[in-house]
Design a binder for this molecule. Structure first.
Ligand SMILES: [Zn+2]
Length: 905
């Protein structure tokens, strides 16, 4: 099973084969794999040296604290409005005016929906048949809010031109028109975890195709929903109740038969006996009377503590191997200092965990290992310089992979010495490949997380790659060749490592082209993360590297995870997008998983099977089961069940469409095309999809033709906006694409980010700071402005939130008092943007600016540096590339695009 022939990963369509059950995935000792594993025995080439000059040095940088996941105030709105069906009711059809006509349309009202599950829930869950499944209308019996969270669902606002734009919506939740959909009740998994592109299943493939829409989902199985935890199922004598045949977990949408003595599985339709200890009374509508008291029968997302039979070996301890570039290039950029300082501050939790294991490897053209055994008074350094025939680890005495709690003194000693040990290093080689082989060899029998901090292209030993000439390729058809790995070494290593629960997180701190597209295969096929800091400098990126590295050590992590997605008959997964290792058509190995781990899934409809399903269920279900080991050693199963009504009518399909999620999935799909074909083909695919959707709706809807206006279902109003923004993002744009490394990283982000992260990345939020009201105690962000140069005035100060950074833009005519209040100087005329720093000053405007920055940062779990941009400065053009509503040399302006779409026939 582990050596499955269908080993693929990273967004490749899957072949189908019989899948094993995730709960039965063997986690035993690693199988020996085709000579790739490394022998561990004494190395003649190794020499033992005392660690040189382990001097105490001042900490270079304070580690930025890990920003918590957003904890925003809740928005409670009046009672929800139940939306009528589409087409018959013009209110659900959005006419998008092709010409700027100020004041043409007033902002629409906003609906709200409960979107919470929780132990505090008092409302009895509705049975599957409580809502009409044939027309997609929402159940009106949503009752009072339950759980702890209520969210305003997304909609749009209009600028003066009446063109729809996203509201200032932190999470970009489903549109208002979908917000009342029965699939979004508390019994179904919520959009934070499992979000479909259509909140209903079209009854036939032809019905789906007639709309031009794409059916699929975006999953973030380990996501942290603000102010709400996934509830844990109370253990009973019945154990974990699962279908005997397909092994899906019992959930709120199964059918109860024979007075509760049996239940029908919604995935495979088998009628199962209900364990006696799990039986309960069933009412005349087929509902379990005790459903509200049983988490697994009332919540769409639950977690089980797995019993022993779910373990094939003792749960894996949290294991970290740090692989650090200490070459001359790295040392000149102070990278060892940044890493040492960060780790010194971030390992506290690991020291306190008695199970946690840690090892360090550094490299230039040689490999350096560190014996950290607590039996020795000092850490010992061992250097290996011969690895032409493969790496041999030095004799493991003293031990290199050690319990952090026991070896704390030696680890601290080592980290204190790092900055001075390599400050005069003249060796500019980078034996990254051999260092990774050694790291894998060290932890292959345990599993774990390898954190790789590289200062550039690997140049020595296995995995060394030559720099490819990219100057003439950028923005042409030849670029795609550079976006595919130059060497399969990293992918092959990943394919060996993933089944053994080893993942690689890559931090590339590069000053020159680094072959990121080659090296990042490591992370792509092991469920790892990629961080990229082009033109790295300590002053520009030091804090950010520190925060990102710290986050990967301290954030909650699921270890040795596998995720299986089971779909109702009639639904078939056709592909995954993200960072993972596919074991079969529905089983992903995820050596590490955390809140940001996100996967796109495309799903096909199989008519005859779905027809059979409809005869028994009005809902189709998809269930994602993530089996993982928590850092405390508990084996757990997190189960997300998404229930979608099966609908046979077009209006119901359109009404359930989730434009933001669809845009995110289409972008993820485009990244694959960009690499397998060309950037141009990826762009065409995005444009053609939007054309198809517009043309399909025109041909189907009488109200859509003849007016010269673009008419779209209300739920899809923002799809053109996100399509256009996607084309202007660095992942897919033609002009200003920058370097191949930059493109590769942008594609990685598009492939792996959750929906709201991705959409805020391609269409950042723009706020005006000045002129405007000043509020030092600001508690709510102002409305966002259109992403166009027209939003900027030469006397304005603006703030742009690109998700990964904040850009403070200052107009050339900004009044002196504003400059003085914000920057503490009379004029910025003679100061380079890069020299400017924002410091809190003792005045209300400065406090207002910092309050805005702090509010935005509190919504992110990434560190966000603030870049200052002067209107006439060198970064103004970079800032303007985020103004995606404006025309670029290859893509029209947003209103023009809407006009062009309106003319499609
Ligand atoms: Zn079943």
């Amino acid at each position: 099973m582990e050596n499955s022939e269908s080993i693929v990963g990273g967004g490749v369509p899957l072949s189908v084969e019989t899948a094993a059950d995730p709960s039965r995935v063997r986690m035993g000792p690693p199988p020996t794999s085709a000579g790739r594993r490394l022998a561990v025995h004494p190395a003649p080439a190794a020499r033992l040296l005392p660690v040189a000059r382990l001097l105490l040095v001042a900490r270079l940088l304070p580690v930025a604290r890990l920003l918590p996941v957003a904890r925003r105030a809740l928005v409670v709105r009046p009672a929800p409005v139940v939306r009528p069906a589409l087409v018959a009711r013009p209110a659900l059809v959005a006419r998008l005016p092709p010409v700027a006509r100020p004041g043409l349309q007033a902002p629409p009202g906003r609906a709200t929906l409960r979107c919470g599950v929780g132990p505090g829930s008092s409302a009895a869950p509705q049975p599957p048949h409580a809502a009409s499944a044939s027309n997609g209308r929402a159940s009106s019996s949503t009752g009072p809010p339950t759980g702890s969270a209520n969210f305003r669902f997304g909609s749009e606002q209009h600028g003066g031109d009446g063109v729809p734009r996203p509201v200032n919506d932190e999470f970009i939740l489903p549109p208002d028109d979908v917000a009342q959909h029965p699939s979004l009740g508390p019994m179904s998994s919520d959009p934070f975890h499992f979000r479909p592109t259509i909140h209903a299943v079209p009854a036939t493939e032809a019905l789906l195709n007639s709309t031009g829409l794409t059916f699929g989902a975006v999953l973030s199985p380990f996501a942290e929903k603000p102010d709400e935890e996934v509830p844990t199922v109370q253990q009973t004598r019945a154990g974990i109740v699962r279908c005997r045949r397909c092994r899906s977990y019992v959930h709120p949408f199964v059918q109860w038969l024979d007075h509760g003595r049996k239940w029908r599985c919604s995935v495979c339709h088998l009628v199962n006996d209900c364990p006696e200890a799990f039986r309960g009374r069933v009412d005349e509508r087929g509902r379990r009377v005790d459903a509200a008291e049983r988490t697994e029968l009332s919540c769409g997302s639950v977690e089980y503590v797995a019993p022993k039979e779910y373990m094939m070996r003792a749960p894996q301890p949290p294991t970290y191997v740090f692989v650090i570039d200490v070459s001359a290039t790295s040392a000149a950029s102070s990278i060892p200092e940044v890493v040492a300082s960060t780790l010194s501050n971030s390992l506290e939790d690991i020291y306190e965990d008695e199970r946690a294991l840690v090892a360090f490897i550094t490299y230039d053209s040689k490999l350096h290992f560190y014996g950290l055994d607590s039996a020795f008074m000092q850490p010992r350094m061992m250097v290996v310089s011969e690895f032409a025939d493969g790496v041999e680890l030095p004799a493991p005495t003293p031990r290199m992979l050690v319990r952090a709690s026991e070896a704390r003194e030696n680890i601290e000693h080592l980290l204190e010495g790092f900055p001075t040990m390599f400050e005069d290093n003249q060796d500019s080689g980078a034996a990254l490949g051999p260092a990774l082989q050694a790291a894998f060899s060290m932890v292959g029998h345990v599993g774990g997380k390898v954190l790789v901090v590289a200062a550039g292209r690997p140049s020595v030993g296995a995995g060394a790659v030559k720099a490819r000439d990219e100057r003439k390729a950028i923005g042409t058809a030849k670029e795609s060749a550079l976006l595919t790995p130059a060497d399969n070494f990293y992918k092959l290593l990943a394919v060996d490592a993933a089944p053994l629960h080893v993942s690689f997180d890559l931090f590339m701190l590069a000053q020159r082209p680094s072959e990121l597209s080659t090296v990042s295969s490591l992370s792509r096929h092991t469920g790892g993360k990629v961080f990229f800091y082009p033109n790295f400098s300590l002053s520009k990126d030091g804090q950010r590297v520190s925060a990102d590295l710290s986050a990967m050590i301290t954030r909650p992590t699921g270890w040795e995870a596998v995720m299986r997605i089971r779909c109702s008959r009639g639904l078939k997964i056709t592909g995954f997008h993200g960072h993972y290792f596919a074991r079969s058509s529905d089983l992903l190995a995820l050596p590490n998983v955390d809140a940001a781990s996100t996967f796109g899934v495309t799903i096909a409809i199989e008519d005859s099977a779905l027809e059979g399903a409809r005869s028994k269920f009005s809902y189709a279900t998809m269930q994602a089961a993530l089996l993982y080991t928590a850092s405390n050693g508990e084996r757990r199963i997190r189960v997300h069940t998404l229930a979608l009504p099966i609908v046979a009518e077009l209006p119901a399909v359109y009404q359930a469409a989730d434009a933001p999620c669809m845009a995110a999935l289409l972008l993820k799909m485009a990244t694959l095309k960009a690499e397998s074909s060309t950037i141009e083909d990826a762009r065409s695919a995005m444009l053609n999809k939007m054309d198809d959707i517009v043309k399909s709706f025109k041909s189907l809807s009488k109200s859509a033709g003849g007016s010269g206006q673009l008419v779209l279902p209300a739920s899809l109003r923002l799809l053109p906006y996100y399509t256009l923004a996607g084309l202007k993002n660095r992942a897919l744009r033609v002009e200003g694409a920058g370097s191949v490394d930059g493109r590769s990283f942008a594609l990685t982000r598009a492939r792996t980010l959750p929906v709201h992260y991705l959409l805020h990345t391609i269409a950042p939020r723009l706020f005006r700071v000045q002129p405007g009201p000043v509020n030092p105690q600001l508690s709510k962000l102002p409305l966002t402005l259109s992403l166009t140069a027209a939003s900027l005035g030469s006397d304005h100060v603006m703030l742009l939130d690109t998700m990964s950074a904040l850009w403070l833009w200052v107009g050339r005519d900004t009044p002196g008092p504003v400059i003085r209040a914000v920057f503490g100087m009379d004029s910025l005329a003679s100061v380079e943007s890069t020299q400017l720093r924002l410091q809190p000053l003792d005045n209300d405007l400065s406090a207002h600016v910092f309050a805005m920055i702090s509010l935005i940062r509190s919504q992110r779990d990434e560190y966000m540096p603030v870049y200052i941009v002067k209107q006439d400065g060198r970064y103004h053009a970079s800032f303007c590339s985020f103004l995606v509503e404006d025309r670029s040399s290859s893509v029209m302006a947003y209103p023009e695009y809407l006009q062009a779409l309106a003319k499609k026939k």
